[in-house]
Design a protein around this ligand. Sequence first.
Ligand SMILES: [Zn+2]
Ligand SMILES: [Zn+2]
Length: 431
Amino acid sequence: MDIADEFITNFKATGWESNPQEKILEIAKHNSEILKDLLIKIIEEIPEGGTYLDAAFSFLSEENFREVISFTLENIKANGLTHANESAIEYASIQLPQILNPHLGYLSTVKSNQSADFSAWPWRNADSMEIKRLESILKDDSQSTDEKKYAWEALIATSNTEALEVASQYIANIKDREESDRDFFNMYSMAEGFEWEGKEFNKLYNDETYHLCFPKVYFENLEDSWIADVYDDHPTWYQCKQSESNSQIEVEFGGAVESKCGVCGEKLHGLVSLETIPENLGVSGLGKFSLVTCLSCLSWEEYTLSFQHESNGSVESLDIKDNKVEPEFPAVPLVKIKLSIKQLNKRWLFQSWGSSNSRENLNRIGGQPSWIQDAEYESCPKCDKTMKFLVQLDSELPTEDHDEWLWGSGGILYVLWCDDCKISTTLLQCT
Ligand SMILES: [Zn+2]
Ligand SMILES: [Zn+2]
């Protein structure tokens, strides 16, 4: 029996006791030539899929993923949607949306029932022909409102200028529609990082994306670190550390800073500090740049914490309380470390918190945020303009008292930025 058949037989006989996760990652990393055939067999024979299947998609080469998708589409035509075949579409739409391009016409007839979140993601890389097809749906009065909404979502998901123009014309012409329709369009475009400004869309993030490349040892000093366990199982961790690109930039991470929190009066906590800021991040006119928050007060005492940044790198709290609060959960800083930030392969530019299953490195500067809840682009506390996304940090980073830091119940911290006012705002989301 070959390795793929053995895997399927064992899983069918003993289920999770057969250790599918460990085995499939072993095959993915050391026997990648059979991975494609194994995934095809799983999609065919184990329609309920599972997190082990999801984890393996990250190891398929683009060429092999293309073949898995061809099989998946045949499988959907024959059996309808299953967890397994839908996962294949979902992970392709996140990592390699270009391989779905030839199939978008068909996919628009297959509506996802697993998660509404990713129903438009396959369109992330749609070409002009497809954009024209979506435009024709919007202009066709015989199409239902639902069909039009779906086409509109797909247009926004492309992030393509031409598509956004078509989508903006449509939204501008819905004067006599219900208020709830407007809310839908606003909410959806915000989720994709675009704010509707009455005439056109304002993009709320920058494309350039840098991952924070933590070394494995940073987590290994903790007892039972989940990240240390999965570090070698996802390219966003181990490739980040390995890749030697010239886009490499050194940053300082964690520690405490001299400035005080305006809420509790204690020292603020350092997040990322850069000596020079890459040009394409939407941060101008600053030399040194230190992002901070107060781990004790954020979300427990105040929903957001905002900071004024000066060109010499100093930072001051904008949430000044006359009577300082004693935090309910006082926290110590994140462990200080020097690390590099790098631009990884395009495949890892867009990451979904849910689909990452806590296995991916979601610690990033720039790019599209991985929201856990609805998108929250706060207004700048000074000029009231919608702030842009700048940085996100995931949970389970080590603190100075040898604990793992969780944002809320284990969510993500987001840093938003107003470049006109040089103000950062931090907030967190969790489940
Ligand atoms: Zn505080
Ligand atoms: Zn502002």
